[in-house]
Write a protein that binds this ligand. Structure first.
Ligand SMILES: [Zn+2]
Length: 407
């Protein structure tokens, strides 16, 4: 593959201050910003409007510039991926589910990411993040994980022909399906701490020299800008799916690190910037972040009116992907919720478990995190935030097989 930075990239900026951290072609792999207090805040990619528009032949969203999610190549930071790297990523359908909708009294659209190559929506972010990292000079990747992100990272490391991804998992994950799947894709798995934050700290300590030299690049959620760009393609696909018709009133997103929530909104904002989406004629959806009551830092910050997230102590949740006690992009998540007129909602563990069973009963192959979204719809109906006949889109972030294999 001849990976290269996309000339439509205008600059990379700090998500908190907007200050430029790198121009069109970064001199090396990009990590957190240096303008904010240590360890820094996430860096995001900005595109040059005129250069993107120059590549478009029409003013619609029937883009087909490359394989898989690279159909949206003008709005991705890296070019030159091969068909075998990316053809099977993205393109997941958005389906109106009549039976579930009838039960709930709303129009329910499901976007099922469980059909992704590694079994979850993490593929989108890691595919773009690792290709972008490589284009910027990275040679090996590492990340802490308590699930799907590690598997996706190992899969794309293997597709890139790189040395195995260095994966740090909490101690309790030894022998679990994620551990085995990471090793299946050539990952080098190490165990430390009792949650993802502790595993991440151990990773940064153990790899201090390699990370400082740039020999290894940290693919943790929001620690580099490419994963957000990959997750953004969910929003581009949703906009394309509803093109010419109203977008859903509400998008419900199970929120751990929040990359997808921020990414979907980034997609809408970029389409508005390009003049391909007009919020005056097509109102943008309200974005809803769902968490477990046992680990709800976003909900607490949102309800307290804060503009950033204060880490909490997790009481543990059956939804591994939601067991994220702090969010480095908390300021970005809260901004999206407020800009979209959305809300953050916490649901009980019992409600998550009941929603998971409901998915099974209806033949919907969704994971436990996505069950939190379904539970949230009922909570939002009770509070009046979702009304009868509303059009609600639920992101099904991963396959039912993973939670069923884990327990
Ligand atoms: Zn900064």
């Amino acid at each position: 593959m001849d990976l290269r930075v996309n000339p439509t990239v205008a600059r990379l900026v700090c998500s908190r201050t907007g200050l430029k951290v790198a121009g069109e072609v970064p001199a090396g792999p990009i990590g957190l910003c240096r303008c904010c207090p240590s360890p820094g805040k996430p860096v995001v990619v900005e595109y040059d409007r005129e250069r993107v528009l120059a590549q478009l032949t029409g003013r619609d969203l029937s883009w087909a510039f490359g394989p898989g999610i690279w159909r949206f190549a003008p709005l991705l930071p890296v070019l030159g991926v091969s068909d075998d790297y990316s053809s099977d990523i993205g393109g997941t359908p958005v389906v109106l589910h009549e039976r579930l909708g009838a039960e709930l009294g709303v129009d329910v659209y499901l976007k099922n990411e469980g059909i992704s190559p590694s079994g979850s929506f993490k593929d989108r972010g890691l595919a773009v993040g690792m290709a972008f990292g490589l284009a910027c000079g990275a040679r090996r990747f590492c990340l802490p994980t308590q699930g799907n992100a590690g598997v996706a990272a190992c899969l794309f490391s293997a597709r890139l022909g790189l040395p195995g991804c260095l994966v740090y998992m909490p101690e309790g994950f030894q022998g679990c399906v994620y551990h085995r799947a990471c090793e299946f894709f050539g990952g080098e798995v190490r165990f430390a701490g009792d949650n993802i934050a502790a595993a991440g700290r151990a990773m940064r300590e153990a790899l201090r020299a390699e990370l400082a030299s740039g020999e290894v690049v940290d693919m943790s959620t929001f620690f580099e800008p490419g994963r957000l760009e990959g997750k953004k393609t969910m929003g581009l696909e949703i906009a394309a799916r509803f093109e010419g018709r109203p977008l859903p009133d509400t998008i419900v997103y199970p929120t751990g690190g929040g990359t997808g929530l921020v990414g979907i909104w980034k997609a809408f904002e970029e389409l508005v910037m390009l003049g391909l989406l007009d919020p005056a004629r097509t109102p943008l959806p309200r974005m809803v972040a769902v968490q477990s009551v046992n680990c709800a830092p976003i909900v607490e910050a949102f309800e307290s009116g804060l503009d950033d997230v204060v880490p909490v102590t997790s009481r543990g949740t059956i939804a591994d992907g939601l067991d994220v006690p702090g969010a480095i992009m908390g300021h970005g998540i809260l901004r999206v919720l407020r800009a979209s007129g959305g809300i953050a909602v916490a649901v009980s563990e019992a409600a998550i478990a009941a929603a998971f069973e409901r998915y099974g009963r209806l033949g919907i192959p969704a994971g436990i995190e996505s069950a939190a979204s379904l539970a949230a719809v009922e909570a939002l109906q009770e509070s009046g935030a979702v009304g009868r006949g509303d059009r609600v889109l639920l992101l099904l972030t991963g396959s039912h097989l993973i939670p069923l294999s884990r327990r």
